[in-house]
Design a protein around this ligand. Structure first.
Ligand code: ASP
Length: 438
């Protein structure tokens, strides 16, 4: 018998109807022994996620504004799930305790974690699986930093006592028992940790899309699904804005070499996307895995005669940016030219000062600043083994009369990043897609 860990995201466990679907999925696959769940997410697009409502209760209390109405909405949602599934869980006493803790000043992390906690309890009862609290396995140190190796041993130890279990995602606890959460979307991480500790054959991550698409469907009409992608390619794609899976969820699966399969709870017949360590076997004629990008970057381009033989130029530049607490996205460079790409959010009104400081300390002969730039990454292992990939990409953009302001090819040759003006972002992505995807 195999062993699978399945994580179900917020929309997959948003109400009783969705939870019935996950029961079907689990009953059809006896290998799914460990199930990690999120808190109930949105049931329709204007709906609220339970986690957001829980945070809202906490902020209301902090500002001394009545929170009871919001708390009641959360309670009603869980009560409806319990009644509709017909499970026997004493939710009233759980809610009494949560409310008591809330009023006694419990932390935002504790409050936020209760969505996963209650959902896991209900789902465990409904599936006839054991409930195992993540607070007893997922460990953080007293400063709140995640303790990966200890967590791995604790999960192994604890779950060895349970043949089948449901575990709440998103949180764990410090050694003194105080609850601590991962960042938002963190149930993906819990799923990956359980998969690693239990040496699963596969980590199934069930959501509301059938895996990754080769481009953003809001930009490209009906983009092709990515059937298989490597961890590295995925890392590049998600760094550039493609999102389905929490980025930190990749690492635990990757170290243990466990494939991640993104699946759709509403279309369980779809195979979804498989993420593995080996580069994906490419279909005939396919060169790229996908295209992703983001808007709103600034490029500062400097030219200085004999820059290449000057000592410390890059060090001084990075030190200035460090002083202003602005992380660097990319540094494309030429012999005597150097550009630095920064995220507009991170610059946050400090651009003029940074430019002045560059002027003063780096003394470039010329310096140009391009605001409102978009970066587009074309990603794929297949690119390194073919000639003419870059030519194809640049021709596609030239034909659309799009000016490329920056080019950066990662040394892995798995990725070509181009910088274009924000206003050309969508057209550029469509042009690249047409050039590479038949
Ligand atoms: N419920 C948490 C959130 O909304 C964590 C998760 O769903 O993964 O961020």
């Amino acid at each position: 018998m195999g062993l699978k860990v399945a994580k179900f995201g917020g929309s997959s466990v948003a109400d009783a109807l969705q939870i019935e679907k996950i029961k079907n999925i689990i009953e059809n696959d006896g290998d799914i022994r460990y199930v990690v769940v999120s808190a109930p997410g949105k049931r329709f697009s204007e709906d609220s996620k339970v986690t957001d409502l829980l945070y809202l209760c906490k902020t209301h209390i902090e500002h001394k504004i009545p929170y009871q109405q919001i708390f009641q909405v959360i309670r009603d949602r869980f009560m409806a799930v319990k009644v509709n599934l017909g499970v026997d869980v004493n939710l009233s006493s759980e809610f009494e305790e949560i409310q008591k803790n809330l009023e006694e000043g419990a932390s935002a992390d504790y409050i936020a974690s209760r969505g996963e906690y209650l959902n896991a309890m209900i789902i465990a009862a409904y599936l006839g699986y054991d409930f195992v609290d993540a607070a007893s396995m997922v460990r953080f140190d007293d400063k709140g930093r995640f303790m990966e190796e200890l967590t791995n041993t604790e999960i192994k130890k604890k779950l060895a006592e349970h043949e089948r279990a449901v575990i709440p995602g998103f949180y764990g606890a410090k050694v003194d028992g105080t609850v601590r959460t991962f960042s938002r979307g963190g149930s993906d991480i819990t799923g990956a940790l359980v998969a690693r500790a239990m040496d699963a054959d596969v980590y199934e991550n069930w959501t509301d899309v059938s895996g990754f698409l080769m481009a953003d469907p809001r930009i490209v009409d009906d983009p092709k699904p990515i059937s298989s992608v490597s961890y590295k390619e995925l890392r590049e794609l998600s760094y550039m804005g493609a999102s389905v899976l929490h980025e930190d969820a990749i690492y635990p699966a990757r170290v243990a070499n466990i494939p991640i399969n993104i699946r759709n709870t509403n279309r369980p017949e779809d195979p979804g996307t498989i993420i593995t360590s080996e580069p994906a076997a490419l279909e005939e004629g396919q060169v790229i895995a996908g295209i992703a990008g983001s808007k709103d970057f600034t490029v500062i381009a400097m030219y200085k005669n004999l820059m290449s033989s000057e000592r410390g130029f890059i060090r001084k530049m990075t030190a200035i940016l460090e002083d202003y607490d602005v992380p660097i996205e990319h540094i494309p460079s030429g012999v005597d030219t150097l550009s630095v790409v920064l995220d507009n959010d991170a610059i946050d009104g400090k651009l003029d000062e940074i430019v002045d400081e560059f002027e003063r300390q780096l003394k470039p002969d010329t310096m140009e600043v391009f605001e409102n730039m978009a970066l587009i990454a074309t990603v794929g292992h297949g690119m390194s083994s073919r000639t003419g990939t870059a030519a194809r990409l640049f021709t596609a953009l030239a034909e659309e009369k799009i000016n490329i302001r920056m080019i950066d090819q990662g040394s892995s040759e798995m990725n070509i990043i181009v910088g274009v003006e924000n206003k050309h972002f969508e057209t550029a992505i469509r042009a690249i897609y047409r050039a590479f995807v038949k």
